[in-house]
Design a binder for this molecule. Structure first.
Ligand code: NAD
Length: 269
């Protein structure tokens, strides 16, 4: 419980799924957390639960609501966090959405723009808001991409394009910030057991042959995509990658695309 002692970590999308998992896993290792999620009841309730879990570990947490598309709101969230916790050492740009609207040429402009605005511009906004607060000792920026940021994803090109684009952002930031001892890396999960994948719409898309498919039915399809005998990885597996990149154990690692996908991107058909 010492790999992140007294480091302050800014995490977006921290009210659910992997964002909450990152907050808890890093707090287990001694980090304090600035947790951001969407304004509104769902975001606030999610942040309250993340707050409870982090505090139960004896660590401090500041929660703030901000849509990552709103740079001013993110600035305010960071200012509130820094006023309480002192500085920022690590930025985890995690908030994101994934829709499956269909072939590229059929996608509505609104759906396209939503993915770019949240997944790409939101990550850029998060880094902009956080970098100024990074401590003089340097820091670590981690942007959550996807296996869809390594290869194409038929039926969701707006998602794949946004997740490829954050790699360009991260590689550029790594060049711009390296001399200040700030490292910038991306993490690329395959399917992860969060609500983004484990929902009735996804089950129905994966198993059009069934009337009311379950997670177990969907797992049969997803297991065929991986090398290791699992259909998806768990949030904590991705959090452990984030932990490595956040901690000083990775002090000379920058510009990396770290894949956590049970072998999905290496599978030979
Ligand atoms: N679940 C997967 O299989 C998977 C795979 C690869 C990559 N990812 C990526 O990992 C990240 C986290 O995904 P997850 O599975 O935990 O998703 P999730 O849907 O479980 O949680 C996402 C969180 O982000 C928040 N959020 C969404 N839009 C936001 C916005 N505009 N501003 C602020 N917060 C916002 C949501 O309220 C929610 O709390 C995303 O960037 C996603 O694209 C997920």
């Amino acid at each position: 419980m010492s790999r992140m002692t007294d480091k302050v970590v800014l995490i977006t999308g921290a009210g659910a799924g992997m964002g909450r998992s990152h907050a808890v896993r890093l707090a287990e290792e001694g980090a304090d957390i600035i947790a951001v999620d969407l304004p509104g009841e769902v975001g606030e309730q999610g942040l309250a639960e993340t707050s409870r879990l982090v505090q139960a570990l004896g660590r401090s947490i500041v929660t703030a609501t901000a849509d990552v598309r709103d740079h001013g709101a993110l600035d305010d969230a960071v200012a509130t966090g820094v006023a309480r916790l002192g500085s920022v050492d690590v930025i985890v740009a995690n908030a994101g959405i994934c829709e499956t609207p269909g072939p590229s040429w059929t996608i509505d402009e609104e759906v396209w723009n939503r993915a770019i605005d949240i997944n790409l511009t939101g990550a850029w906004n998060t880094v902009k808001a956080g970098v100024a607060a990074l401590s003089a000792a340097g820091g670590s920026v981690i942007i959550i991409s996807s296996t869809a940021g390594i290869s194409g994803a038929a039926g969701r090109s707006q998602y794949s394009a946004s997740k490829h684009a954050v790699v360009g952002l991260a590689r550029t930031l790594a060049n711009e910030l390296g001399r200040q001892s700030i490292r910038v890396n991306t993490v690329h999960p395959g399917a992860v057991g969060t609500d983004m994948v484990l929902n009735p719409e996804t089950f129905a898309r994966l198993r059009p042959d069934l009337v009311a498919p379950t997670a177990a039915d969907a797992a049969e399809v997803l297991r065929a995509n991986t090398l290791l005998p699992v259909p998806w990885v768990e949030s904590v597996d991705v959090s452990n990658a984030v932990l490595f990149l956040a901690s000083d154990e990775s002090r000379y690692v920058t510009g990396l695309q770290m894949v956590v996908d049970a072998g999905q991107t290496q599978k030979v058909a």
